[in-house]
Design a protein around this ligand. Structure first.
Ligand SMILES: Cc1ncc(C[n+]2csc(CCOP(=O)(O)OP(=O)(O)O)c2C)c(N)n1
Ligand SMILES: [Mg+2]
Length: 673
């Protein structure tokens, strides 16, 4: 109440109502060491109703969670959340931002706030635990056996992604997952009667979950019973529905809507404190004995379990040194030595192969050496070619949790959240679908970038080049939308060898998600004795071929499938005696990371005659061709037809590129004159 009041913004009601619930869970059950908040076998707690962030900050403070010392084993001893931090709730650079932010505050397991995302991520975390347990546990060595808890509210229950995630969690029988649903029947616009009449219990029973009901959020014994029942059952996930009353400010106000998600007001806070028998004028008060009380339960239990685990892992290390090294690497997101031992290289071939196919070969070669590279597709792996076919990769299924091929079903949004949950558990997760459907998982892609998670997205069928499926399936604006997400790397390789280099970049990332943008149609494999090495991919853009004589007069820039078109035009121009340069630009983001000198060497500022060619929205290409440059791309939706007809109709022809280049040269000449 005090923090929200001081910030003059935020949600006080739900943190108040859920205090007894989180108290019971953390104090009596959660296996969490406040001295070592990143202990690998800790229970996970996700606050999917992230607007109730003050609930979590309060717990991190009261349980005395400590900051790690720059990731070293030595604890800094410094509190992750001090009373000072709580007083700076929602202020610039505070440890207590409006919604919980992963990596900003020790003890926050996931960034939450967009409703439904936390529920989805918790499923990813539960899948991760099942896989880790299957992969690493040995007789007498239960290295991983943690549970995953999420709090959620009416909003989470209404969001579609929560349904998708619950559906797959039930199917996979994730008995290590427990959601606690704060059923207060209130959302921002008022009573849930306005928009929600699901029988949530029946819904979850139908998903195959265990469902328990606690009629009063203040009944800590009933809450404990329900959690105990969850702890005893290992078969399927558990939903605990808790009926609660949201703390509401100013009930006398006419406009009750305004009272939701707002500070209570000084007078209301005074009355609430009086009702609790609390000193009415004290602010941010933590009475003596409270911290000791938490320390004696969650603190003592966590330290004991963490210590036991450390001893277990020491013995494990001498018995299973290889696996133990793998666990260490996992924690640091490091690649095993020799991960690139089997990377293929592709011989020049005019017929070539689709980048989805070359990617499949590269991915499997990497997976052979990286056991934690696991993932799957939203029911499209035969098309996206993302199935791991190496021996023993297997399928991840209920009761068969060692498999590396996940089957998300047709649940793109949940897939995105699950990938984030896997990455939060240090698994090198990948997911795939058609590029067009990246829209369905935009929210988790964005959140993954915000959390700095190295999730790998493999998006195929990347343009009108997919052909007959038509405009419903042909991406136009998706690539530019992905490029607009901060800290996300997009890569659209031009041939099989660029795919190899793109994967090299992607698996090496530790703090950024990446999207591989791949074709359905075959692409020429360039002869690299004629064209520059594909290693240039790492720099985002590179000169693939330059003017045969003198300085280039015009630059042709292509990405992915359109590089071959540019190469054709480049050859024709040079034959005519026009000094053209060919640039392959698979990644804007990587190019922007290069220094000015490199960028100027690829795109010399004095050469203004430029043409970009990309079978996607032209938006943004002026950045590289300049205001007077030519941009060949999509201006409308695509159409259903064979690829050769589409390419002609939408202007992706050698003639069109040549015409644009000549126009550019003419303009440049005019300007010079
Ligand atoms: C995807 C998404 N849409 C909208 C919001 C804005 N929002 C924040 S809280 C809230 C109401 C949530 O109601 P409920 O989950 O019942 O939480 P309670 O108010 O009961 O704590 C909404 C709509 C959001 N955070 N995320
Ligand atoms: Mg509610």
């Amino acid at each position: 109440m005090d923090a929200v009041q001081q910030a003059e913004s935020g949600h006080p009601g739900t943190p108040m109502a859920l205090a007894p619930v989180i108290y019971t869970l953390w104090q009596r059950f959660l296996r969490f060491d406040p001295d070592d908040a990143s202990w690998p076998n800790r229970d996970r707690f996700v606050l999917s109703n992230g607007h109730a962030s003050m609930l979590l900050y309060s717990m991190l403070h009261l349980t005395g969670v400590k900051n790690p010392n720059n990731g070293e084993q030595v604890r800094s001893g410094e509190l992750a959340v001090t009373i000072g931090d709580i007083k700076r709730f929602r202020q610039l650079d505070s440890k207590c931002p409006g919604h919980p932010e992963y990596r900003r505050t020790t003890g926050i397991e996931a960034t939450t706030g967009p409703l439904g995302q936390g529920c989805g991520m918790s499923v990813g975390m539960a899948i991760a635990e099942r896989w880790l347990a299957k992969h690493f546990n040995k007789p007498d060595f239960e290295v991983f056996n943690y549970d995953v808890y999420a709090f959620c509210g009416d909003g989470d229950m209404m969001e579609g992604v929560t349904s998708e995630a619950a559906s797959i969690a039930g199917h996979l029988m994730l008995g290590n997952l427990c959601w606690i649903y704060d059923s207060n029947r209130v959302t921002i616009e008022g009573h849930t009667d306005l928009a929600f009449s699901d029988d949530v219990a029946a819904r979850f029973l139908a998903y195959g979950w265990n469902v328990h009901r606690v009629g009063d959020a203040n009944d800590t014994e009933r809450i404990a019973d329900a959690i105990e029942t969850f702890r005893r059952s290992h078969d399927v996930p558990t939903l605990i529905i808790v009926d609660s009353h949201i703390g509401y400010g100013a009930p006398h106000k006419q406009d009750t809507n305004a009272a939701h998600g707002e500070p209570l007001g000084v007078e209301e806070i005074r009355l609430a404190k009086r009702a609790y028998g609390w000193p009415e004028d004290a602010e941010f008060l933590v009475p003596d004995g409270v911290r000791q009380h938490f320390n004696a339960s969650i603190g003592e239990r966590g330290r004991r379990l963490q210590k036991g685990w450390s001893e277990l892992i020491k013995a494990y290390k001498s018995k299973y040194p290889k696996l133990s090294r793998e666990i260490e690497r996992l924690q640091k997101r490091e690649l095993p030595d020799g991960w690139d031992a089997n990377l293929p290289s592709f011989a020049a071939d005019p017929k070539g192969l689709a980048t989805r196919d070359s990617s499949s070969k590269v991915q499997n070669a990497i997976a052979r050496h990286c056991p934690s590279l696991i993932g799957g597709s939203a029911d499209l792996s035969p098309s996206t070619k993302t199935r791991l076919t190496i021996e023993a990769a297997g399928d991840f299924e209920a009761g068969k949790y060692g498999g590396r091929n996940l089957h998300f079903g047709i649940r793109e949004h949940a897939m995105g959240t699950i990938l984030n949950g896997l990455a939060l558990s240090n698994i090198r997760a990948y997911g795939s679908s058609f590029l067009n459907f990246s829209d369905y998982m935009k929210a988790p892609i964005r959140l993954g970038a915000l959390m700095e998670l190295p999730v790998i997205y493999i998006f195929t069928h990347d343009s009108i080049g997919l052909g007959e499926d038509g405009p419903t399936h042909q991406p136009v604006e998706q690539l530019v939308a992905l490029r607009s997400i901060p800290d996300l790397i997009t890569l659209r390789p031009a041939d099989a060898n660029e795919v190899v280099e793109a994967w090299r970049v992607v698996v090496g990332l530790k703090h950024q998600p990446a999207c591989l943008i791949l074709t359905r149609q075959p692409l020429t494999t360039f002869d690299r004795t004629i064209y520059a090495s594909a290693a240039g991919v790492a720099r985002g853009a590179y000169v693939m071929a330059d003017a045969k004589r003198g300085k280039p007069a015009v630059i042709l820039i292509g990405t992915g499938s359109e590089v071959a078109l540019c190469a054709d035009a480049y050859e024709a121009l040079n034959k005519e005696g026009v000094a053209a340069r060919l640039v392959s630009m698979p990644s804007w983001e990587l190019f922007e990371q290069q220094d000015q000198a490199y960028r100027d060497s690829v795109l010399p500022p004095e050469i203004k005659a430029r043409v970009s060619v990309e079978a996607g929205s032209v938006i943004g290409w002026d950045r590289y061709v300049g205001p007077g440059g030519a941009r060949i791309g999509m201006h409308t939706f695509g159409a259903s037809a064979p690829i050769k007809d589409l390419m002609k109709k939408f202007g992706f022809t050698r003639e069109a590129v040549l015409t644009a280049a000549r126009q550019q040269l003419g303009l440049a000449k005019e300007k010079a004159a």
